[in-house]
Design a protein around this ligand. Structure first.
Ligand code: 4AD
Ligand code: MG
Length: 469
């Protein structure tokens, strides 16, 4: 049987041709002589209206039941749908007790749905989000394929903490009897190992031979921050390419990739379904906003960290009582209130902030030539992309390819050179200037769709304090 989406999009079948449809009952309305049900199979936001002129056929239907219907597809005289199925045969495949069904018709709170995340894909919003993840993934693959990048798979189990933030999950076998008798039960075959926080270092290894690579893969962080932007398991789009020494080029690739995704989605029915659920941002306003970022004159605003701190500090000083909880100061991290003000108010659009102080960033970022400010004022060739309503969406940098400087950076960060011997090899043997970035996939979905929290931008969210299923 075709999916409901295929059925609604394909050329009309000849009149009176019988079609079969599988799906779940979303709603049912019984009148004296006729009954109506909406059937959904998740293939699109639109369900299919089923019409039962013999109301006996509908007597065993309840919300949530899975069914196979046969009938003929016809133009619908009613409002709200173009086609409807005139049902001649019904088979209930799986019953659903309407008294006990946890997914009742009344509005279910976000918290309730998080507690029932095994059932929440049945809601309109999560369904639309899952299809949006799919189409966004396809758009991303399209962009990178068109630009000569090779899609690669990088390991999940690793010995490094790429970001050096101490947020790794350590892994170990649940029993040690499979390994040798002297195995340390808390380690991976007698070595410490972690779930990856970022594929970057491995991508760099592959880019050192394949030139342009990217991956979309899960990352794991023992995040202490319980915010609408943080998950313990999230997906990151990471790209890495060789033979670039230009931060401008890195930002260009990020910008073009996101513009491509925005253009692909400005007219998506799933986005419409999501936008409509989030007043006051109506579909039209949200579509216009995304379209304006996609069509804005190139490039999106770019300003250095130093300039960003200057405008933040000026705004803070001009605002009676101060504009921010954390006073902006050179050498301190930008807080999310700072990032939000830059994107929401100062630029009113996506903005790249570049060249952060070296002390705030991981060891691998390429040191800028000193601008005479001394060691404390040293910066690295990096950027964060901040977007309205969200803050940081992407982070990236040129990578330090000068062996001596990289060794010095490892030392500064208190990292053991021996652990990074393989990473230093990439520089020793035909090291090429290179760089890349990482984009949080759930943050992208949240930003485009207006879904408030990244916890609703993935089917089964993981974060501290929630039991897993
Ligand atoms: O800024 P981050 O930590 O950068 C890196 O990991 C680099 N190694 C990436 C690279 O250059 N290849 O993470 C990149 C992005 C962030 O901008 C954010 O969008 C997302 O990943 N991110 C998270 N998303 C959800 N939950 C979390 N806990 C996240 N941490 C980072
Ligand atoms: Mg970052």
């Amino acid at each position: 049987a075709p999916t409901i989406r295929q059925l609604l999009l394909s050329p009309p079948p000849p009149p009176a041709a019988c079609v079969a449809v599988n799906g779940w009952v979303k709603s049912i309305r019984r009148q004296k002589k006729v009954a109506f049900a909406v059937i959904s199979d998740g293939s699109s936001d639109a369900g299919l209206q089923a019409v039962f002129t013999d109301i006996n056929l509908a007597k065993n239907l309840t919300n949530g039941a899975s069914v196979r219907l046969q009938g003929t597809l016809a133009d619908s005289p009613g409002a709200g749908q173009e086609k409807e199925l005139k049902v001649s045969e019904v088979e209930v495949l799986g019953e659903c007790d309407p008294e006990r069904y946890p997914m009742q018709k009344q509005a279910l709170t976000v918290e309730y749905l998080r507690d029932h995340c095994h059932l929440r894909a049945r809601t309109r919003e999560i369904g639309a989000m899952l299809r949006l993840r799919d189409s966004t993934t396809r758009a991303i693959h399209g962009y990178f394929e068109d630009n000569g990048f090779i899609h690669v798979h990088t390991p999940i189990i690793t010995s490094n903490d790429c970001e050096g933030a101490g947020e790794t999950f350590r892994i170990a076998p649940s029993s040690s009897d499979a390994s040798t008798s002297d195995a340390k039960p808390s380690e991976y075959f007698n070595h410490p190992a972690y779930l990856t926080v970022s594929s970057q270092l491995h991508l760099e290894a592959v880019a050192s031979a394949i030139s342009r690579v990217y991956t979309l893969s899960p990352c794991f962080r023992a995040e202490r921050s319980q915010t609408s932007r943080h998950l313990a398991e999230f997906w990151m789009l990471e790209a890495e390419w060789a033979f670039t020494s230009s931060l401008t080029e890195l930002c260009d690739v990020v910008e073009h990739a996101i513009r491509h995704v925005l253009r692909t989605h400005a007219a998506s029915p799933d986005m419409d379904a999501l936008w409509k659920q989030h007043p006051p941002a109506t579909s039209e306003a949200k579509r216009a906003e995304l379209q304006s970022y996609a069509d804005a004159p190139q490039p999106w605003t770019r300003l250095t960290y130093t300039d960003a701190v200057d405008v933040l500090a000026a705004h803070h000083a001009q605002t009676p009582g101060g504009a921010f909880v954390f006073p902006p100061a050179w050498g301190s991290s930008l807080q999310s209130e700072h990032e939000r003000w830059l994107a929401d108010t100062y630029v009113r659009g996506p903005v790249f902030v570049t060249d952060y102080p070296a002390v705030l960033k991981p060891f691998y970022m390429r040191l800028n030539d000193s601008d005479g400010g001394g060691k404390e004022r040293q910066t690295v060739a990096c950027f964060d992309l901040l977007v309205p309503g969200m803050g940081e969406l992407v982070g990236g940098s040129l990578r330090e390819e000068r062996t001596g400087l990289l060794e010095a950076a490892l030392e500064r960060h208190g990292l053991d050179k021996a652990d990074y011997a393989w990473y230093l090899d990439l520089r020793r043997y035909g090291g090429a200037p290179h760089g890349g970035f990482g984009l949080g996939f759930e943050r992208l979905i949240s930003w485009m769709s207006g879904i408030e929290s990244v916890r609703e931008c993935i089917a089964m969210p993981r974060w501290a304090g929630r039991m897993l299923l």
